[in-house]
Design a protein around this ligand. Structure first.
Ligand SMILES: Cc1ncc(COP(=O)(O)O)c(C=O)c1O
Length: 385
């Protein structure tokens, strides 16, 4: 390549390689058990793979409709109505996207411009802030409580200004494994009354809640649904994160604006996969069984750690478990996580990177979307620390 010195003005000067990539690479280098990034290490249902193959053989290999295959949008609409009692019109209020991440990025791009403020609750999944910043917006942070990850709604309200355009919530919450309660949703609803603020409700783990806790979707609340894009992920629900398939649902007026950006960005998502999912979703047990499936994995993992020196509050949702390692060492979470991989061959994610100003509470995150064999091997090592 001929040498040329580009004068790049980075729109994202602070973005570096994500901690997920770093830990993933370290895990590979040290042949470690990888409980870092959030994906299953087991296969999806073979019948879902068969449905995709069939759809491809039936010729669904060209562009899908821009907003998504209609049968799939109808099934998504039916699912939301059954679970949360809200009807979203498949024609005008649901769009199929390339994973929830694309839905989130497109919503932010469609609505956020220079100087617009977006409230982000920290610790937060890492795709929100860059999307806000690349569009000229300003992330405004509300840090969750250090111990129980509850939100202080007074603090939240104090962050709302005339420039606040959007709020991003995530329940069940990555990385803490906590969930918003009904009271939280009502507080949020009250806090935004008499404003035009739009909400992104990242609900990718909606089907993974434990101990009888239900999922409080923003779609259940009139005052929230009318201003919210609810984002979902088939990747998380059907163990197919690599297929990158998700959706968002929201009021027609907002969705109309969303699609203006969506159609010139991705246009449409994979056709054959959409066809397959439309059929697969006809059997609700495929997603309603997920709570139990992951509760068993969480319990196996927690049981394996019960005699360890980690301090643990059982995850209420998601497939993540936070552990407090302060009885083992006072090292920073990054140093400890790195040492866990290099010396003990277990990869995790340090939490400080998700917090405001890198607050370090000696917490690391493990993903338990793994085979029981992997979880048992991991806990055997972790118990010895
Ligand atoms: C909270 C949260 N939102 C969104 C995503 C991205 O979902 P998808 O893979 O469907 O883009 C993830 C993936 O880890 C996540 O944890």
């Amino acid at each position: 390549m001929p040498k040329y010195k580009h004068n790049i003005f980075s729109k994202l000067p602070n973005v570096r390689t994500t901690i997920f990539t770093t830990m993933g690479q370290l895990a590979q280098k040290h042949s470690a058990i990888n409980l870092s990034q959030g994906f299953p290490n087991f296969d999806p249902d073979p019948s879902l793979i068969d449905l995709v193959t069939q759809a491809m053989k039936q010729g669904y290999n060209q562009y899908a409709p821009m907003a998504g295959v209609m049968e799939l949008r109808e099934m998504i609409s039916e699912k939301i109505e059954q679970l949360y009692g809200r009807h979203y019109h498949p024609e005008s209020e649901i769009t199929v996207t390339i994973g929830a991440s694309q839905a989130i990025f497109t919503i932010i791009t469609a609505f956020i411009g220079n100087g617009d403020e977006v409230i982000v609750i920290k610790p937060a999944y890492d795709c929100y802030e860059p999307a806000i910043e690349v569009n000229g917006g300003i992330p405004v942070f509300v840090q969750l409580n250090n111990t129980d990850f509850k939100i202080d709604w007074e603090v939240f309200r104090s962050k709302i200004t005339p420039r606040t355009k959007m709020v991003i919530i995530n329940t069940p919450h990555n990385p803490s494994g906590t969930i918003f309660t009904k009271e939280d949703m009502l507080e949020l609803q009250r806090s935004l009354e008499n404003t035009d603020i739009i909400i992104i409700s990242d609900e990718v783990y909606e089907h993974i809640t434990f101990d009888g806790h239900g999922h409080e979707s923003a779609s259940k609340y009139d005052g929230l649904a009318s201003r919210t894009f609810v984002c979902g992920s088939f990747g998380k629900t059907f163990h197919i994160t690599g297929w990158k398939m998700g959706y968002c649902a929201g009021p027609a007026e907002l969705m109309h604006e969303f699609r203006k950006t969506h159609q010139f960005n991705v246009f449409s998502a994979d056709h054959a996969v959409q066809k397959a999912l439309a059929t697969y979703l006809k059997e609700p047990q495929h997603y309603l069984g997920l709570n139990q499936f992951y509760q068993e994995k969480r319990d196996l993992f927690l049981d394996g750690l019960s005699t360890s020196r980690f301090k643990i509050k059982p995850s209420q949702g998601t497939y993540f478990q936070l552990v407090d390692y302060s009885d083992i060492t006072q090292e920073t979470d990054e140093v400890f996580a790195e040492r866990l991989v290099t010396e003990h061959r277990i990869a995790s994610i340090p939490i400080s990177g998700f917090n405001t100003k890198g607050i370090d509470n000696h917490l690391i995150r493990f993903c338990f979307a793994k085979t029981n064999e992997t979880l048992l091997k991991a806990t055997e090592i972790l118990r010895k620390l």
